[in-house]
Write a protein of this length. Structure first.
Length: 129
């Protein structure tokens, strides 16, 4: 087995920007994140102490992109991910609170209706028709 590769915030932000600017699709970003999001495949440079645990902005964003379809994430959400990725080291808690607040502000009911016919998102849009 090979050594896990280092995933930097800069690389992750570049992928999110590609998605935001339609250089890659939601399906492409989801596939990339799903392939990478495995403890044996990737390691992170940005661990911080938060509420007694070690947390990583990069790990959190990659996990959420691995769940992109379940989270009904869209390219217009890229700014939310990019803002969290720009969180200064040592400020995970503040960045994470803002990140979660911004994600909670999304109108998911409308989004479920909009995405109900998209095969990537349809399984997570039940009850929206």
């Amino acid at each position: 087995m090979s050594e896990p590769r280092l995933l930097t915030r800069a690389e992750l932000a570049a992928k999110v920007k590609d998605w935001q600017q339609a250089r890659i699709s939601s399906a492409d970003l989801h596939a990339w994140a799903s392939e990478l999001y495995h403890p044996d495949k990737v390691r992170y440079e940005d661990w911080d102490r938060y509420e007694g645990d070690e947390e990583s902005v990069s790990a959190t964003v990659l996990q959420d992109l691995d769940l992109l379809n379940m989270n009904l994430a869209q390219p217009e959400d890229a700014l939310i991910y990019l803002a969290f990725l720009a969180t200064p080291r040592g400020q995970f808690g503040d960045g994470y609170r803002r990140y979660r607040e911004r994600l909670k502000a999304i109108d998911y009911a409308t989004r479920r209706k909009k995405l109900a016919a998209d095969p990537l998102f349809a399984p997570f849009c039940k009850g929206s028709a």
